[in-house]
Design a protein around this ligand. Structure first.
Ligand code: ATP
Ligand code: MG
Length: 342
């Protein structure tokens, strides 16, 4: 019972003429989790609404579930579970009533219904709230009720719009792990929207990066991070150092020294590197001064000035140098790399 999803030329234009989504093709395989990542207003919720059946694509667009055209099928006949940004809980029902609602509609017998509701509440760690009214819940608790409600019916397709944003860091991490396990074990096809790049890379089997109503790149988390196809994807996902310098004799010359630049054409160049592709190394060929150090717990993020025209971000797990100290940097093989087109 696992459903591949396909969008063909699905665009969406609002009544006032605003194009929220350009005609878009997208395939999500059966059982796959796709993370949708992109800046505010780029069309993520719009895309989810088209998949759910809450909005109809512009003429010419079509939505396929398992190869079947569902463009004209209303939301209640698509077997989708949804968690939207606004939660949309039923205010007149308590927590258990909300979570069990879909099961009741589907005429699941009361005994089994109660057991499934209890399982969902336990998973979301809100058992003790079963009989609380939803207007007496915090944002994070409402979010968990919405998730439990969506999952309770074991939908073929699960659509999540920033499902973990209202949670504290610890709970978010726990639910992220459980959600990932659940999506895998139930083989639910899922699309989830997040603003959090780390979450997209960690939870998505694939990640789609959107920009201004278009999908700019779809790929594995590894591809998106290490082989971004556009400059926008490169700079939107993760931290990116942009280095402006001059390539000559296989070296990339920068204000604070040089880095190897094999295979890059000679002349002025802007090359890129991720923080973890650089390391502090006393024999490094690029020197700079620590401008700031941010202790992140498991590592320290350093901002190095003077090495390049712009400050460079580097991370270290060892004892961190202090602001003002001069450090030397070395780069991994293949780094820095040429930037993709804008
Ligand atoms: N009723 C409306 N009429 C006109 N334009 C709208 C309407 N609703 C949304 N839009 C526009 O459609 C575009 C896409 O909106 P959408 O909600 O899909 O963005 P989003 O990527 O989900 O953003 P966010 O991350 O802030 O939730 C936005 O530019 C938004 O301003
Ligand atoms: Mg949105």
């Amino acid at each position: 019972m696992t459903t591949p999803i396909r969008l063909q030329a699905c665009g969406f234009t609002h009544a006032d003429g605003t194009c929220a989504l350009q005609p878009t093709d997208l395939s999500v395989e059966a059982g796959e989790t796709l993370a949708l990542l992109g800046p505010s207003g780029c069309g993520k919720t719009t895309l989810l609404r088209l998949v759910a059946g809450l909005a109809r694509p512009d003429p010419g667009g079509c939505v396929l579930f398992d190869g079947r055209d569902v463009t004209d099928l209303p939301v209640e006949r698509r077997n989708v579970g949804m968690v939207f940004q606004s939660y949309a809980l039923f205010p007149n029902l308590d927590v258990a009533g909300n979570v069990g609602y879909g099961l009741k509609i589907r005429r699941v017998p009361p005994g089994e219904r109660a057991a499934r509701v209890a399982r969902m509440l336990a998973m979301m760690r809100i058992q003790e709230l079963a009989h609380r009214r939803v207007d007496q819940l915090s944002g994070g608790q409402k979010q968990r009720v919405a998730l439990a409600r969506a999952l309770a019916v074991e939908p073929a397709v699960l659509l999540l719009d920033e499902p973990l944003t209202a949670l504290d860091a610890k709970l978010r991490e726990q639910l992220r792990v459980e959600l990932a396990g659940l999506l895998r074990s139930l083989r639910i096809t899922a699309i989830f929207v997040t603003h959090d790049q780390g979450e997209a890379l960690a939870l998505g089997d694939r990640v789609a990066v959107m920009r201004a109503g278009r999908i700019e790149q779809v790929g594995s988390p590894h591809e998106i991070y290490h082989r971004p196809r556009t400059r926008f994807v490169a700079s939107f996902v993760g931290i990116l150092n942009l280095l402006e310098g001059e390539v000559a004799d296989g070296l990339f010359r920068l204000p604070g020294g040089s880095l190897p630049a094999s295979g890059v054409a000679p002349g002025p160049a802007v090359l890129a590197c991720r923080p973890e592709q650089l390391r502090l190394d006393p024999s490094g060929t690029l020197a700079g001064r620590i401008a700031a150090a941010f202790f992140l717990g498991d590592r320290t993020r350093l901002v190095v000035e003077g090495a390049a025209a712009q400050p460079i971000v580097v991370e270290t797990v060892a004892a961190a140098p202090r602001p003002g100290e001069v450090v030397r940097l070395a780069a991994e093989p293949g780094c820095p790399w040429p930037l993709p087109p804008a």
